[in-house]
Design a protein around this ligand. Structure first.
Ligand SMILES: [Ca+2]
Ligand SMILES: [Ca+2]
Ligand SMILES: [Ca+2]
Ligand SMILES: [Ca+2]
Length: 265
């Protein structure tokens, strides 16, 4: 009788133990699944656009008379990622692209009724002043990039200062990555931008070399504008690509929402 009780006890323990292990494993799997569902590790390619190489030097002077711009086509910045419905007088924007072996070039034409740059410290709420935001994923990998350099979300302020999140989870100036110039005539601001691209091995504390660009390379890309006219926080955030789902302000975290550029000779 005693032996039988002991045996039963052992069997019960073993059974319970097995059950716990299984439950624990199932829970872990569930969490892992949920996390990866949030941000997939690779992207579904969309908005594939061919970008043509500049045959002559593009001068960064906010004047669009360079031969590369004459040949490139305009793309719209017309997807409202944040804010209510948008009027034509409040904001409209479009852009062109080109490249050389050393850099990616962007020309943006922004029509905005009021330009503001009221937050003096460039590292405080840099998205709440008017700014151009350019998203770049050098190897078109997609995936999460909130506090790492799998991709960059460069905010270019009206004064040319460039900010993105560092690996220390705070804003950091990346002025050396981007040379830009903007010029405003009436309600139209022309931005001319030269960007050095860095791969995901970029080290905030080390010395880094920009990637050499070549034909047939694919780059993850999106461009947006943070429009504020008179409010404490930006009034609209307008991007170049549709973002699925309710939360459309995902570019600074999720490189899967970027479009894809294909460099051509
Ligand atoms: Ca120029
Ligand atoms: Ca506006
Ligand atoms: Ca990447
Ligand atoms: Ca504005």
């Amino acid at each position: 009788m005693k032996k039988a009780t002991v045996l039963l006890l052992i069997l019960t323990l073993v059974f319970n133990c097995k059950n716990e292990t299984k439950t624990a494993k199932t829970d872990t799997n569930k969490e892992t699944t949920q996390a990866s569902q949030k941000i997939a590790t690779s992207k579904t390619e969309k908005q594939l656009r061919e970008v043509y190489k500049a045959k002559d030097t593009i001068i960064i002077d906010a004047v669009a008379n360079d031969s590369a711009w004459v040949k490139s086509k305009w793309y719209n910045i017309d997807q409202v990622w944040l804010g209510d419905s948008l009027s034509e007088t409040d904001f409209s924007g479009r852009f062109k692209l080109s490249w050389t072996n050393e850099a990616l070039y962007v020309l943006a034409e922004i029509k905005d009724d009021t330009l503001i740059d009221k937050i003096e410290d460039p590292l405080v709420k840099w998205w709440d002043d008017d700014c151009l935001e350019i998203f770049v994923d050098e190897d078109n990998s997609g995936g999460e990039h909130q506090y790492n350099h799998n991709a960059f979300a460069y905010h270019i302020a009206l004064d040319g200062k460039v900010v993105d999140m560092s690996t220390e989870k705070i804003g950091k100036l990346y002025n050396s990555h981007i040379e830009s110039k903007n010029k405003t005539t009436g309600n139209t601001t022309l931005w001319e931008v030269k960007m050095n691209l860095y791969d995901d091995s970029f080290d905030d504390k080390g010395s880094n070399t920009p990637v050499n660009l070549t034909a047939n390379k694919k780059i993850g890309f999106a461009i947006a504008y943070c429009d504020n006219d008179k409010s404490l926080e930006r009034e609209h955030f307008i991007g170049s690509i549709p973002v699925e789902g309710e939360d459309k302000n995902r570019g600074w975290i999720d490189a899967n929402i970027f479009g894809t550029l294909l460099l051509k000779d």
